[in-house]
Design a protein around this ligand. Sequence first.
Ligand SMILES: Nc1ncnc2c1ncn2[C@@H]1O[C@H](COP(=O)(O)OP(=O)(O)OP(=O)(O)O)[C@@H](O)[C@H]1O
Ligand SMILES: [Mg+2]
Length: 446
Amino acid sequence: MRLSRYFLPVLKETPADAQIASHRYMLRAGMIRQQAAGIYSWLPLGYKVLKRIEQIVHEEQERAGHIPLLMPTLQPADLWRESGRYDDYGAEMLRIQDRHERDMLYGPTNEEMITDIFRAHVASYKSLPLTLYHIQWKFRDEIRPRFGVMRGREFYMKDGYNFDLTKEDALHAYNRHMVSYLRTYERMGLTAIPMRADSGPIGGDDTHEFLVLAPTGESDVFYDAGVTELKLGNREIDYADHAAVKGVCEEFTSLYARTDETHDEALYGEIPEERRRQGKGIEVGQIFYFGTKYSDPMGAMVQGPDGQKVPVHMGSHGIGVSRLVGAIIEASHDDKGIIWPEGVTPFHVGIVNMRVGDAACDQTSEALYGTLKTLGLDPLLDDTDERAGAKFATQDLIGLPWRITVGPRGLANGVVELTSRRTGESEELSPEAAAAKLAALYEGHL
Ligand SMILES: Nc1ncnc2c1ncn2[C@@H]1O[C@H](COP(=O)(O)OP(=O)(O)OP(=O)(O)O)[C@@H](O)[C@H]1O
Ligand SMILES: [Mg+2]
């Protein structure tokens, strides 16, 4: 993309009503525009990040054997009357009537609808295990939408649902989700800690929330400092291997880590004092096992090996896709702007042409742009006639992890400058070497 042809409405001023860094920077970098309280348009730069996050979520879900589909945003109220949640859900549910005065709602989550799909098409245990998921807009009429996309009313969520014959199989599905979520967040450059949580209105026995530590988080968290050191890395995981998957879960949940809802002072006190930590966290996902809570009332039964009909064991598993855009910025920014991790950056590198109109600068910038694209990278070329200072400020604000500066002084020596947004360190390289180095840096992220 050439910046002169792009739609990047950056703001010079800090928006007055944005209280936290991610909200401020998303507005200033032209990523979103508020259309109503808690409802946003995703402008091109924000949309690109949202799509990169969504893509990682899909890849890791499919790797774990989970199957994507797409359910609608609008749902008939009758489904929710079957589970009893139409009345329970309260004012957070946006209720609508169509022209025939049928009660509809904008889905805040999809347990009922997926259970309806399941019961219509699955009759035998031979079709199990089955996990279906989608990534779709949700609406919850939050009493206090705030912090931009972090607590929106309309927001983008991955929600997946497992169907299993036995509790044991359903707990394996739970574990599979935990591991796939750990990998998902790591690929986004995040440390998200699974913490035992309270099940709330979805109900059920087992549940963990995934929290990104950040002072602006809305949850109070208590943990053993050791949990922040755990890394999944590139280890191979066989998602069909119950014991191996369970082992990974144990590794990530054996140290104390809880939100205030389940916090236990006595257990917390057993952590060696120098490792006790208290702070704030942003909830970026949650997994639940809830057994037959929906399959029972809605009649989602399968015939077991003995010919008996039994309700399936279920769980649901969510990732806050749009919230993650904000959470990543909360975890990775400085006073100049965003610092995108390589896994989710909207463009891989910014090329700053310092003197547009200078033949050598133009030619080298264009050639680099072409080479990077051939290498599978997605560069943003600043070919505008802004001052150098303004160009750098924009680059710092939008936070691409790498910048190549093409200027007449360097080119006289055959070099361009490659700068890391995170460290601020620069090195001079030939344009070819800079392109090769970027390709190497992004290996594993393309
Ligand atoms: N209002 C919202 N805006 C943006 N993302 C949200 C919102 N509510 C929930 N999410 C995201 O969707 C994920 C799954 O939804 P879940 O039902 O667990 O939310 P929740 O526990 O009600 O969230 P919260 O406690 O923050 O209100 C959450 O972990 C969070 O990342
Ligand atoms: Mg939750």
